[in-house]
Ligand binder design. Structure first.
Ligand SMILES: Nc1ncnc2c1ncn2[C@@H]1O[C@H](COP(=O)(O)OP(=O)(O)OP(=O)(O)O)[C@@H](O)[C@H]1O
Ligand SMILES: [Mg+2]
Length: 366
């Protein structure tokens, strides 16, 4: 069953249109991540789903009802914010039971629901404390617990982990994932952290300036980004982009990289990578992920020499900045590779891993 259907939704604040026709469908049990840069409209879309803001145009269906004019209270959703919005003077137990109490649930049933969820989140021993006596991670759990006791149709999360330190974030991320695997609830989760998006989502909607750029499962977003924006936004370090031209002479098609800064030209044979509909001389953006670039001598087929401009060791791998055709690029190499600054080293990549985008529309071509 469809848990959520958003149809051509627009939102204006005065003259400013911040959502420009958003459509997406979500199956029951899906974990949708809204991913995009600051200000692209993620929280606004969440607020429309929650009923905290009015919709300017379009429809939102939750389950099988049109929710446009439903009061937030009647939407059967639970929300977890970045600021956990716990009541400071109430105990953890009272915070978690608050929504149930407001709905007239009996004290016995409140206690049972709080206990069940507290056990699940491992906060049973904290129930008599006040929020001020908790760590950030514990507060985060309580905020989640407060949403979970309600057993709603839809969970909405707005950057729930952004106040936590890096280690706790990773830990809580895994816990949210486990919880979702177990409960199979339907979730809409806002973040601008692409690792969170990739690891948690069953589907990602990449947003930019009030529009969805791509709506697809995480693997597809990563492997087949729909345009250069998505390609550049997802993946870290970012995908390398080079201006190129498609050359179809006799023999296999090639990509001629347009040199910058007086560098020598470089051509990449690309075999069957492109559709035959792409014409000779077509101007493209060539996208190569840093992790697609390997030391020369591995099985990758296109090999070249490059001067190393910068070496950054992360521990797990070596990030090497180099110049190709006058363009600065980055390779993510195995940690054993430790090139020195100024070295010329052999690098390679498989032409099949190249992403091609239209230079003018930036839409994916291959
Ligand atoms: N109540 C409001 N009145 C006017 N403009 C608003 C209002 N709320 C949000 N906006 C504007 O709408 C745009 C989208 O804001 P929104 O909060 O949805 O972005 P976001 O994607 O959640 O960003 P962030 O990642 O920074 O949280 C922004 O330009 C913002 O300034
Ligand atoms: Mg926001």
């Amino acid at each position: 069953m469809e848990a959520l259907r958003i149809k051509a939704v627009r939102k204006k604040f005065g003259p400013l249109e911040v959502l420009k026709g958003i459509s997406l469908d979500l199956e029951e049990g899906d974990f949708l991540v809204l991913l995009g840069p600051s200000g692209c409209g993620k929280s606004t879309l969440l607020a429309l789903i929650a009923g905290l803001e009015d919709i300017t145009a379009g429809e939102i269906h939750i389950g099988d009802v049109i929710a446009n004019d439903l009061h937030p209270r009647d939407r059967n959703i639970a929300m977890v914010f970045q600021s956990y919005a716990l009541y400071p003077s109430m105990t953890v137990h009272a915070n978690m039971a608050f929504g149930l109490k407001m709905r007239g649930v009996s004290t016995a049933d409140q206690d049972e629901a709080v206990k069940r969820v507290a056990d699940m989140l491992d906060i049973g021993h904290l129930l008599e404390r006040k929020p001020g006596q908790l760590s950030g991670g514990q507060r985060q759990r309580v905020a989640m617990g407060r949403a979970l006791v309600r057993d709603p149709m839809l969970f909405l999360f707005d950057e729930p982990l952004s106040n936590l330190d890096a280690k706790l974030r990773v830990q809580m991320r895994s816990e949210i994932k486990k919880l979702h695997n177990r409960l199979q609830t339907t979730v809409v989760y806002v973040t601008h952290d692409q690792v969170e998006a990739m690891t948690l989502a069953t589907k990602i909607a990449v947003m930019q300036a009030g529009e969805i750029q791509q709506y697809a499962p995480p693997e597809e977003i990563y492997n087949r980004p729909a345009n250069a924006f998505v390609a550049g936004f997802v993946g870290s370090p970012q995908m390398n982009f080079l201006p190129g031209r498609l050359e179809r002479g006799n023999g296999d098609p090639r990509l001629r990289i347009e040199p910058a800064n007086g560098a020598t030209e470089c051509t990449i044979p690309i075999g069957s990578l492109v559709e035959s509909s792409l014409g000779n001389g077509e101007e493209v953006i060539v996208g190569i992920r840093p992790e697609s670039i390997r030391p020369a001598g591995s099985s990758s087929t296109f090999t070249f020499d490059a001067a190393i401009e910068l070496v950054e060791m992360t521990g797990a791998d070596t990030l090497a900045t180099f110049i190709l055709g006058g363009h600065e690029m980055m390779a993510r190499l195995p940690a054993e590779e430790k090139p020195a600054l100024g070295d010329r080293i052999g690098l390679s990549f498989d032409p099949a891993s190249v992403h091609l985008f239209d230079r003018h529309t930036t839409v994916r071509l291959n």
